[in-house]
Design a binder for this molecule. Structure first.
Ligand SMILES: [Mn+2]
Length: 234
């Protein structure tokens, strides 16, 4: 069985054959990853237990007295969506976000009012996003600017465990969505409206730019970007 060809062409989990188990602690990687990259990849494929081989998917069900939400994400998707919710504009925005981020999203969301529903969809998608990421090394940072008629909106984000949100948004409900998403996902998120006057365009450009920025930020790396985890080579 030629495992090495499997490694180079896809990230699907390799079949596990009868080797003793490796540790499965979150974020665990052998410390010599960057030094012996190619031989190690082969070992990873055989064991099928190292983070880099894992599917980046999540499914979450969140129920309160106010809202009932089911969300399924695949970070390595193709922007396929299947969204049902009571607010048509929110449905339109989640579908737009899916398409621009390339994240497959299945969502079912009902609630007692617009505020609760929009907020809780943001929280649920954020939690699902964080869960799907796991602890794998990724590009982390990305900045994207999107134009939509009068609206020019920039998103800059860092997928790091320092939740922070500074959001320009003309509608308090969607301001709440972006903030809730960032806090639940545990990311740093800035959305700036450079100019624009049509609220629909501004909000939609916000979802598009955040989608494109997340698409860039979740791209896999072989090693951590942070200098705190740099491998020393003598
Ligand atoms: Mn609220």
């Amino acid at each position: 069985m030629d495992v090495s060809s499997n490694v180079k062409t896809s990230y699907t989990r390799a079949p596990i054959i009868s080797y003793p188990p490796l540790p499965k602690m979150p974020g665990w990687r052998p410390p010599f990853l960057t030094v012996f990259k190619e031989p190690l990849k082969r070992v990873c494929a055989i064991y099928g237990t190292v983070d880099a081989m894992a599917n980046r998917t999540a499914a979450i069900e969140r129920k309160t007295r106010e809202t009932q939400i089911i969300a399924e994400l695949n970070l390595d998707g193709s922007g396929k969506f299947d969204v049902e919710c009571d607010i048509q504009f929110l449905k339109h925005m989640i579908e737009t976000f899916s398409r621009y981020s390339n994240i497959d999203i299945k969502l079912r969301a009902v609630g007692d009012n617009d505020h609760h529903l929009i907020e809780d969809v943001g929280i649920t998608l954020g939690k699902a996003f964080a869960q799907a990421l796991g602890g794998q090394p990724i590009e982390r940072m990305c900045t994207k600017t999107v134009v939509m008629d009068d609206a020019l909106v920039l998103t800059s984000l860092d997928i790091v465990d320092r939740p922070y949100a500074d959001i320009d948004c003309p509608d308090p409900l969607y301001h709440h969505f972006f903030r809730s998403f960032a806090m639940s996902a545990g990311i740093t998120l800035h959305i700036m409206v450079i100019r624009g006057f049509d609220e629909h365009h501004i909000i939609e450009a916000g979802f598009k730019s955040m989608g494109l920025a997340l698409k860039g930020a979740v791209v896999r790396r072989d090693s951590e970007l942070s200098t705190k985890d740099k491998v020393k080579v003598n």
